[in-house]
Design a protein around this ligand. Structure first.
Ligand SMILES: [Zn+2]
Length: 566
């Protein structure tokens, strides 16, 4: 792979990045100047500039095209933005990114696909590409309510017609899975035969005659046996799959991630790329040993006492314990209500106390109203013994959070990682929660509370991953496809801040990431349309034309492909 060609010369980058800014900033010329653009800096004053200069992996100047041009030297590369807008590299504070590497190359993704007709064409094309007998599948990231032309589920018979020679498994978020006859056969699900024992009882839907309909339904647990049976990429394909994943993220404008569960096999590949100087996403891991029983809690508490975070660097680091503490209190995705039992909360509090005692940051899955209240009860008790004030404890997902809970969190010095599942699950949530779904999440209430909060997706199964789809949802309240699913929307500026600068704080890198400012890393995205002025309904259609990470161009639409994948 010939990845190094378009990179800033490494020697220069090393010399210039070694702490001599800003004295040298006036002397040494930038490696790159982007000018004649609309630089949406997302600094504290939301300054708009025209040009930005980069030296090594950092931004060295932001200003008018004229002022920045004066810094140029004979070897400075120049890019004329021709009026295009530029934003900071987008940060997703919670994605199961590394896990996705294990299947990405084999998955047929429907993220952002707004037409059922188009989805069918994609299935046909993939079936043709992989050949008879090979799997055509995805593991979440979409729901049929996003299809504007014909928002209905797939049937077994229909999928048999679309792909007669391939087993097909299409997973809607974690809600249900559509299988064709070949897939059912491969899984050993048949009329007149008992369900395979690892499937959740009642999750395999059958008609009156006992024949399987092709639908598997019943939250995350019900989908697991299917995901477990689907093919992962072979060991010798894992690097290519992970590369395709990273390229797709860069193409979408994403440069940094809070990563829930940093799978060791993909992390090893990321480490190798980092050493070689071409890791194109920043990976801030959320991990640690959750417990499922009081005995396991004992062991977790011992591990917590030994746990060391922040031993990495600006590309790969461990920054949070999470996303689960005491597993029985982990809200199922489509549960309507929770009732956390006191004995389980005792275990949760023991572990939280250990985390506070060890001075560790916590990023914990908390979705339903009663669960959020119960966790806050425990945290308030812990906080009386060991202050959590500067530990950035963060409640994650929080689709049911309300104003009173946000107040309690602010008093504790806590933060909210908001993962709007409704971006694809809004239609499903309206079936379950009725009117209440319109406030899930209560984005205007969260923004108005003044709490530090940022956007994540919880992709790639529970949700789609495209940041401009999330921003469109935040501004319009609509799913891709146009279905209006939440009432509380926010200004596009606030939505962008929550996907950049505030998220830099939520991954412990506010000094280096999240805004286009001198001294910060040159992580930025050039857009084909102006995020600030196009009609709100078009925000989802914005396409990055160039993405940069640490001064390196990692995606360039003119090259028609990711630079890194060549
Ligand atoms: Zn979660």
């Amino acid at each position: 792979m010939n990845r190094l060609n378009l990179r800033v010369p490494l020697v220069g980058a090393l010399l210039l990045a070694s702490g001599i800014f800003p004295l040298r900033a006036q002397q040494a010329a930038p490696d790159l100047i982007l000018s004649n653009g609309k630089i949406i800096t997302v600094d504290e004053r939301f300054t708009i500039a025209q040009a930005v200069a980069v030296r090594g992996d950092r931004i060295v100047a932001v200003g008018t095209s004229q002022d920045v041009a004066r810094l140029a030297g004979p070897n400075t590369r120049r890019i004329d933005l021709r009026g295009k807008s530029v934003i900071p590299g987008l940060i997703d504070n919670h994605m199961h990114l590394l896990r996705a590497g294990q299947t990405w190359l084999k998955e047929l993704r429907f993220d952002g696909v707004e037409s059922r007709k188009k989805a069918i064409e994609l299935i046909q094309a993939r079936a043709k590409a992989v050949g008879p007998g090979e799997w055509v599948f995805n593991i979440g990231g979409w729901a049929h309510q996003q299809f504007a032309d014909d928002p209905k589920p797939f049937t077994r018979e229909e999928l048999d017609q679309i792909a007669p020679n391939n087993p097909v498994s299409l997973q809607e978020s974690y809600y249900q899975i559509f299988l064709n006859s070949r897939a059912l056969k491969a899984f050993g699900i048949e009329a007149g035969a008992p369900d395979p024992t690892d499937f959740v009882k009642g999750s395999i839907q059958r008609d009156a005659a006992g024949a399987p309909t092709g639908i598997i339904k019943g939250d995350i647990a019900a989908t697991r046996p299917v995901a477990a049976r689907l093919p992962k990429v072979a060991a010798n394909q894992l690097e290519a799959s992970s590369q395709a994943l990273v390229s797709d993220m860069n193409r979408a404008g994403l440069t940094s991630f809070g990563v829930a569960g940093c799978n060791a096999d993909v992390l090893d590949i990321f480490q190798k790329w980092k050493t070689q100087g071409h890791l194109n996403v920043r990976t801030f891991c959320i991990g640690g040993a959750a417990a499922g029983t009081p005995e396991q809690a004992d062991r977790s508490i011992e591990q917590i006492a030994q746990m060391k975070l922040f031993q990495g660097d600006d590309y790969i680091d461990n920054v949070f314990f999470g996303e689960s503490v005491y597993q029985p209190l982990h809200d199922p995705m489509f549960a309507l209500k929770s009732n956390p039992p006191p004995d389980q909360l005792v275990q949760w509090r023991r572990m939280a106390m250990a985390l506070a005692t060890a001075g560790l940051p916590l990023h914990v899955h908390a979705e339903l109203h009663n669960t959020i209240d119960a966790f806050l009860d425990q945290i308030e008790a812990v906080n009386k013994e060991h202050s959590i004030k500067n530990l950035r404890w963060t409640l994650a997902h929080v689709n049911q959070i309300n104003a009173a809970q946000l107040e309690r969190m602010k008093k504790l010095g806590m933060y909210a990682a908001v993962h709007p599942w409704a971006v694809i699950n809004g239609g499903i949530m309206h079936e379950g929660f009725g009117e209440g779904a319109y406030d899930m999440p209560a984005l205007a209430t969260i923004q108005g509370s003044g709490i530090m909060w940022g956007f994540g997706t919880d992709a790639t199964a529970a949700n789609q991953y495209l940041p401009f789809t999330t921003l469109y949802f935040a501004v319009t309240g609509k799913m891709p496809g146009g279905l209006k699913v939440i009432k509380q929307t926010i200004a596009r500026e606030d939505a962008l801040i929550a996907h950049t600068r505030k998220n830099a704080f939520l991954v412990f890198h506010e000094d280096d990431l999240g805004a286009i400012q001198p001294g910060k890393f040159a992580d930025l995205v050039v857009l084909d349309r102006d995020y600030l002025t196009i009609p709100a309904d078009q925000i989802k259609d914005i396409k990055p034309t160039m993405t940069m990470v640490g001064g390196r161009i990692v995606y360039d639409s003119a090259a028609q492909t990711s630079i890194a994948s060549r």
